[in-house]
Design a protein around this ligand. Structure first.
Ligand code: MG
Ligand code: MG
Length: 272
């Protein structure tokens, strides 16, 4: 069952999303060779609590931490540990927060220092595919339109689109209907309507689309050991069009990146 949100609820969800956005911005300042994923996890938990929210993943389905930390060949759901990040790594960081009973949920894949050009391109194309997908999340389009757009964009580059893990509706629950696969057929699946809020989150592999799950019951890695990237935004349908609730602006501010990629998905300029 799809739970549509009122304009007031969407504003509350924007607040939750931006708490996560700010947290990813703090994390962006700290991602560097030598830092452990557990140290980053502590920074994130503090940042979320300082904003009057609670970590959305901690304890959810018994997940033990605030952040899902998935380096290199890990796709998603990696558990923070004491291993230091190393120059040339990539690290996919997924973060959730709850405020006013609503979840925010978004993710960014960071480069640790200098990374090889092939992996850099994977990050760039995966992030592009996120916006290509978001553009299709509008009234009267269907779930398959978003999936098709993401799949088509990534497969053009020869990348593997993970099938087993998907985006999702978002609200008072972390995972609501509909499921939002990153692959699909145009015009198929549930129809989008005003007030829907979803998390769109391409998980894209440099090599094979195939994945495996580790014995810890959480960590997912690529079957061929090649890198995987993950970017995620929270998006609402407002006046029939996709409107971003989350932003990478805090990450970009921390990293000194200039970008106008989000402008078309926002009614008014974001004030940081
Ligand atoms: Mg997420
Ligand atoms: Mg999600």
């Amino acid at each position: 069952m799809i739970v549509v949100k009122t304009q007031e609820e969407i504003e509350l969800m924007r607040e939750s999303a931006l708490i996560v956005s700010k947290t990813l911005g703090e994390i962006a300042k700290a991602v560097k060779p030598g830092v452990s994923t557990l140290e980053l996890d502590k920074i994130a938990e503090e940042c979320i609590r300082d904003q009057g929210a609670i970590p959305g993943f901690l304890g959810l389905y018994d997940f033990p931490n605030t952040l899902c930390m998935s380096p290199n060949a890990q796709v998603v759901h990696g558990i923070p540990n004491n291993d230091p990040l190393v120059e040339g790594d990539i690290i996919s960081i997924d973060c959730g927060a709850i405020k006013n009973d609503f979840y925010g949920d978004h993710a960014y894949t960071f480069a640790v220092g200098e990374i090889d050009p092939e992996t850099e391109k994977l990050l760039q194309v995966t992030k592009e595919s996120l916006y290509v997908g978001i553009r299709e999340f509008k009234a009267n389009n269907r779930v398959g339109d978003v999936g098709y757009a993401i799949q088509n964009h990534c497969e053009k580059h020869g990348y593997g689109v993970v099938r087993e893990l998907v985006g999702h509706g978002l609200g008072r629950k972390m995972h609501e209907d509909p499921e939002m696969p990153n692959y699909g057929r145009r015009g198929r699946g549930k129809k989008f309507i005003e007030g829907m809020v979803v998390a769109i989150e391409p998980m894209i592999n440099l090599g094979t689309q195939r994945i495996k799950q580790h014995r810890d019951g959480w960590t997912i890695t690529t079957l061929d050991g090649k890198p995987s990237a993950h970017f995620e935004h929270d998006v609402a349908i407002v006046n029939g069009k996709p409107e971003l609730l989350s932003t990478f602006a805090y990450v970009y501010e921390a990293l000194g990146i200039k970008s106008d990629e989000e402008n078309e998905f926002r009614k008014t300029a974001l004030i940081l």
